[in-house]
Design a protein around this ligand. Structure first.
Ligand code: ADP
Ligand code: ASP
Ligand code: MG
Length: 400
């Protein structure tokens, strides 16, 4: 079999853990498989590098950030390869460029355009274990790019898809995908099988166990995706097509995203084209706007509120202050998004009202709401967000 394995930050967080990963990789190789390994930076490393950059600037050049951040993954790739060679295996480490990962030029949030697998294939044919530095690629102008936070998952899925691998395993520090973050709710249950669609909701609504774009790509390329722990032999969670899943629960889980910030514009002129101009400008700058609320004020103006990822707030702020679309601009980082997810919602009513009742019982104010066929999201005060997750998890009996 051809297997792609990805090891996340905690799994390669110390030299002993890199050694443990080397042993796991060696075992997979010994079974006669071809193995490509994708690694993250050691845990905390990417954040540390970001802090270094912010020591000098609130808004560092994105090209420079990519030069900086891509280094973390190179370190672990080289170390793992050295460890494997020392154990008597032939291994070779590769940067994103050496692995043939071509991206667009949206620095820090680049998209993969294509993968030239020739170097990886050549190394595999020479019976080598290939160790790829995750989270990075190269633009057509030869600039280093990175794929957004959590992007090593995307590297793994993209390589698995390009190589038509038999399996893509994402190794992390929990046993798989749970009904909610097990660090917040210890009673959370592990999910054995989940559809790409639901996993995509989980991921894009904040369950960082898998990066959302990696799930999207796995679905598109039909990659057999499993997430499991690098610290034990438990079977993990299989992510697959909805039709392959027998039992579909009404609600599958609760997600929490604390990386949210809100911008409120008060006194926006009420005329056609205003919203278009604001959101086009943000989109041009690759800032992802999520929830939007508009309401009419009493003096012929409107109030416009919307959320952006917290780590994009500084840039969004600069854009807004330059455009000056409203009399008053307000920024709020202390919000979080709590979401209830389940494909079963498509065919059942009452799911949303239960969420609102639960918030009412907990005396938590809901500031914004958005819904789709398979999810309900609420913006609430960040300090109450974990309480909300626990209450919702219980209300939908996910601990049973
Ligand atoms: P890695 O460094 O291996 O990529 P991440 O920290 O990105 O790992 O993702 C794993 C973490 O995701 C877990 O430690 C857990 O706290 C968190 N998490 C959030 N929601 C969930 C969920 N529904 N199921 C499992 N883990 C979750
Ligand atoms: N090291 C990067 C991050 O922390 C990429 C990853 O871990 O997947 O976001
Ligand atoms: Mg991750």
């Amino acid at each position: 079999m051809l297997i792609v394995q990805k090891y996340g930050g905690t799994s390669v967080g110390t030299l002993e853990r890199i050694e443990n990963v080397a042993k796991r990789v060696a075992k997979t190789k010994d079974k006669g498989n071809k193995v490509v390994v994708v690694v993250s930076a050691m845990s905390g490393e990417t954040n540390k590098l970001l802090e270094y950059a912010h020591h000098f600037s609130k808004t560092p050049q994105r090209r420079e950030l990519d030069m900086l951040l891509s280094s973390g993954e190179r370190v672990t790739a080289a170390l793992l390869s050295i460890a494997l060679n020392e154990m008597g295996y032939k291994a070779v480490s590769m940067t994103g460029r050496q692995a043939g990962i071509y991206t667009d030029d949206a620095h820090t949030v680049a998209r993969i355009d294509k993968i030239d697998t020739s170097s990886i294939k050549k190394a595999l044919d020479e019976d080598k274990i290939v160790v790829v530095a995750g989270f990075q690629g190269i633009t057509k102008n030869g600039e280093v790019s990175t794929l957004g936070r959590g992007g090593s998952d995307l590297t793994a899925v993209a390589i698995a898809g390009a190589l038509k691998a038999d399996l893509c395993e994402i190794y992390t520090d929990v046993d798989g995908v749970y009904t909610t973050d097990p660090r917040i709710v210890p009673e959370a249950k592990k999910i054995d099988v989940i559809s790409y669609e639901e996993m995509l909701e989980f991921a894009s609504l904040g369950a960082k166990v898998l990066q959302s774009r990696s799930v999207e790509l796995a679905k598109k390329l039909n990659v057999k995706l499993v997430t499991r722990s690098s610290f034990n032999e438990n079977p993990g969670t299989l992510i697959t097509k909805e039709e392959d899943i027998m039992e579909k629960p009404l609600v599958s889980g609760i997600a929490l995203d604390k990386n949210q910030a809100r911008i409120t514009l008060r006194g926006v002129k009420d005329k056609p084209g205003i919203a278009a101009s604001i959101f086009k400008k943000l989109a041009d700058e690759n800032i992802n706007v999520d929830m939007i609320i508009q309401n009419v004020g009493h003096d012929g103006t409107t109030n416009l509120g919307f959320t952006v990822p917290e780590n994009e707030l500084e840039r969004a702020k600069q854009i807004m202050e330059k455009m000056h679309p409203a009399d008053h601009l307000e920024y709020d980082k202390n919000i979080a998004k709590v979401s209830v997810i389940g494909v079963g919602m498509k065919s059942h009513s009452g799911v949303a009202s239960k969420a609102f009742e639960t918030m009412a019982k907990e005396n938590i104010n809901i500031e914004m709401i958005s819904t789709s066929e398979i999810k309900i999201s609420m913006i609430i005060d960040e300090s109450k967000s974990e309480q909300a997750v626990r209450a919702l998890h219980k209300a939908y009996e996910l601990d049973k």
